[in-house]
Design a protein around this ligand. Structure first.
Ligand code: FAD
Length: 495
């Protein structure tokens, strides 16, 4: 088990990271990357806290305490416990779980499941590699990022069909006895510059022509040939928590990672050219990752709805019928995400040929789609409730400045008894919660809306729906179904 300080020390390894136009000498002391560092470090702060160890830690087969999030989940109870882990992470960090293991644990589970299938078909030994990697992560308590999303170039073309160049998807450029050389780039990879390791997997199904792109592996973040370019930070100063209560303490840093002829040793390879399994890794990642996405979103929404109500109270409008209507909608939205997300775990699926379970993909995809599709409606409501001050409030520095403080305190106040400072702080919180970063994150992170719709359509039990409709319409076309034909006749005859 690492302490937060050991985690921070472990990042001083010569990695190549850029941020705001400059090469970063030390990611642990950089003024903006420190925001990301502190956020990821919360993972280690929490597991060092005896109050949370029963939830966050578990004994491995050697009797050593390791992170529960790095254990494979094998039962409904495991999934429900993982939900509690994600809830704690998210509640502590204002809706955004610290990323030491949050995303990549789902990729690790995906390669655990798929590697066994590849080995069965092709006689490879990837499952052994995955297991050894899992142990390595557990024993060294490492922070790792998940690189699934390729930069993709022209979206209408498959990886090998790309015209401008062949490196829009990470690919194998050379095979050696002791490993492979890879080239390409992944993008939006959350907290990668502040992680120890990067786990890479394909983001889509491949065809035989795309064989070189069917590759999954893991490498340390300081591996020669890797360049990480940070996502543009939303805030430009460390510690300004008045103006940026969330963005000033959570910098997810969804970086672009470039692989320029990077060597991957053979024991860290989990897929190498078995193109028919590439899509399964991406699909499995989504299955496991839905739990994470839906759980943290429910926690973010409880905070979001709380902010809407408080701002209504501070402004003295909480009893107005149109405000109550919006607050009621926000409560329904918040609680529905919680309930559907939990229900996906209650009705989990056991993966054939493996002892792992994941949330029911039908319910999980509905939940993900529902929260993403309704997010802009929610931000519209909270922005309406908050008024223009959500984006026009003077900075905390003006509020604290003795020359302007009393003026702002007098004129930007709300309801009697509510300090002006509280109203301003709530306005800043609402600005952070409804930023364009939050908008795009909610739509795209964990997969765009169409991805969920495709899954929902392909999983739907249309025969059941059709059988119900045909029975009501008294259509007998000889198509058998197991549910409706056993039901008693209705209306009953002879009464
Ligand atoms: C804040 C944030 C954090 C993220 N963190 C991670 C992470 O840690 N790791 C990771 O691997 N990924 C991460 N992602 C990536 C995320 O999974 C992708 O953003 C998402 O899958 C969409 O891909 P894209 O951004 O390339 O958009 P695009 O794929 O370009 O999608 C844009 C639009 O084009 C449509 N489209 C795309 N291709 C086609 C096609 N062939 N046919 C028809 N329509 C198409 C999409 O449906 C969508 O409507 C993150 C994203 C965000 C925003």
């Amino acid at each position: 088990m690492k302490t937060p300080q050991q985690y921070i020390e472990s990042l001083k390894d010569g990695r190549v990271v850029y941020c705001n136009g400059e090469r970063v000498k030390d990611v642990t002391t950089h003024p903006i990357l420190k925001i990301c560092r502190d956020w990821v470090a919360m993972d280690y702060v929490l597991q060092s806290d005896s109050r949370y160890q029963d939830l966050l830690m578990e004994k491995d087969e050697d009797g050593e305490l390791v992170s529960f999030a790095l254990m494979p989940q094998k039962s409904r109870e495991d999934l429900l416990r993982l939900r509690e882990v994600v809830k704690l992470w998210a509640r502590v960090c204002f809706g955004k779980p610290p990323g030491a293991k949050f995303v990549a644990k789902d990729g690790l589970n995906a390669v655990t499941v798929v590697s066994q299938k590849i080995d069965k078909k092709y006689g490879t030994q990837y499952a052994e590699n995955v297991e050894a990697y899992r142990k390595h992560l557990q024993k060294n308590d490492l922070a790792f990022a998940m690189g699934l999303t390729d930069v993709k170039g022209d979206r209408s073309l498959r990886p090998s069909q790309q015209k401008r160049h062949q490196d829009y998807y990470v690919r194998i450029v050379e095979e050696r006895k002791d490993g492979i050389i890879v080239r390409g780039a992944k993008t939006h990879i959350s907290q990668a510059p502040l992680c120890n390791e990067i786990l890479i997997a394909p983001c889509r199904a491949m065809r035989e022509d795309d064989k070189a792109y069917a590759v999954s592996f893991a490498v340390p973040a300081n591996t020669p040939g890797i360049t990480m370019i940070s996502a543009e930070p939303e805030v430009h100063e460390y510690g300004n928590l008045f103006d940026h209560p969330i963005a000033g303490s959570v910098y997810i840093n969804d970086a672009t990672i470039i692989f320029e002829d990077v060597f991957v040793p053979k024991e860290r390879i989990f897929l190498k050219g078995e193109w028919d399994f590439a899509g399964q890794v991406a699909y499995m990642f989504a299955n496991f990752h839905r739990l994470s996405a839906e759980t943290y979103k429910a926690m973010e929404l409880e905070l979001f709805t709380g902010a809407a109500l408080l701002m209504a109270e501070y402004n003295g409008v909480e009893k107005a019928p149109h405000i109550r209507e919006k607050l009621t909608w926000l409560v329904m939205y918040t609680e529905a995400v919680e309930v559907i997300g939990r229900s996906a775990c209650e009705h989990c699926i056991s993966e054939p040929d493996s002892d792992l379970v994941y949330p029911n993909p039908m319910y999980a995809n509905i939940c993900k789609f529902y929260f993403a599709d309704n997010w802009h409606q929610a931000t519209k409501y909270i922005q309406d409730i908050a008024g223009g001050i959500a984006v026009t409030a003077p900075s905390g520095k003006d509020f604290m400045n003795p020359e302007t403080h009393d003026l702002l305190d007098k004129y930007l106040g709300g309801r009697e008894g509510v300090p002006t400072e509280h109203r301003l702080r709530m306005a800043k919180l609402i600005r952070d919660l409804t930023s364009s970063y939050e908008d795009v994150l909610t739509i795209h992170a964990e997969g765009s809306l169409e991805a969920q719709k495709l899954s929902i359509y392909s999983l739907a039990d249309f025969d059941r729906y059709k059988a119900a409709a045909k029975r009501a319409a008294r259509i007998q076309d000889g198509v058998k179904d197991n549910l409706f034909r056993q039901l008693p006749e209705f209306p009953p005859k002879g009464l």
